[in-house]
Design a protein around this ligand. Sequence first.
Ligand SMILES: Nc1ncnc2c1ncn2[C@@H]1O[C@H](COP(=O)(O)OP(=O)(O)O)[C@@H](O)[C@H]1O
Ligand SMILES: [Mg+2]
Length: 311
Amino acid sequence: MTVIEAIDLTKRFGGPSAPPVLDAINLSIQAGEVFGYLGPNGAGKTTTIRVLLGLLNPTRGTVRVFGEVPGERDAARARLGVLLENSGLDDRMTAFQSLDYHARLYGVSNRTRRIERLLGFVGLADQRDLKVGTFSTGMKRKLGLARAIVHDPELLFLDEPSAGLDPEAQRMVRELLQELARTRNITVFINSHHLDEVQRLCSRIAILHRGRIRACDSVDALRRGAGGDRIEVRFSDAGQAARGAQALRALGRLPEVTVEGDRLATSVDGMTAPEIVATLVGEGLGIEEVVRPVKSLEDVYFEIMREEEAA
Ligand SMILES: Nc1ncnc2c1ncn2[C@@H]1O[C@H](COP(=O)(O)OP(=O)(O)O)[C@@H](O)[C@H]1O
Ligand SMILES: [Mg+2]
């Protein structure tokens, strides 16, 4: 089931001559996906969430959440949980009261039990009756997360959930989100410029740059796709590597085979990796190691950013 859909979503602030903040965005996010929306500051991530929540209207194009135009029906609102950058918590309320207030709005049953369980889940059980005003940024974020899920939403929007947190608090928030995605069939849309977080949490990501989606795929596919799929083979000595390269070149199916000392490298293009290895084994060569180097998401991200800046 498609939970979030954007078709040609374009947003400008100001007149038609203003540059678009979102430029022909297309998205299709399925139930159960943990979708990462990645991009530098000012790329348009928060604006996208605001449009998906119905807080802003698109200038052009359409968006649908649960098949409906956002903001048109309250029924759809109850299916969403939201944690925006500014948590919007009331400093004068206690942790319990903050969650209880929200739970009442949504008509949650068994409130006290549910809230106490949630406070335990986010590690704030002991702070149940302390005022939010005394909380650190990390504690507020955890409470904001508890509040976002108190009514058991099917879709969760998170805007930079780990921004401004120290590494330990970042890890706790990430683990909470992992636990949430694992234990409930919840769809999550995460805005982030935190590559490591996205890589660990998300099944699929889009990379946004100046309002346009520059890449959208699973983390693995993005990492494999960038710069091509490579294979490296290390032999027992340089002579074996040279013979291996000769054997592969003789087939004429690979675009290029390079040798450096006892290593041979080529892109997996024209032959599969098993075919390449089988050819080398068939030559009776002494293979020490076969490596399929994979770029980190960070490498891919900066490659895309560099290409865009150069364009
Ligand atoms: N209400 C607004 N009026 C004018 N410009 C805005 C408004 N909201 C956001 N912008 C601009 O849109 C761009 C994208 O902002 P935003 O969506 O907040 O980016 P991100 O969340 O990726 O950092 C920025 O250049 C920002 O200044
Ligand atoms: Mg933002």
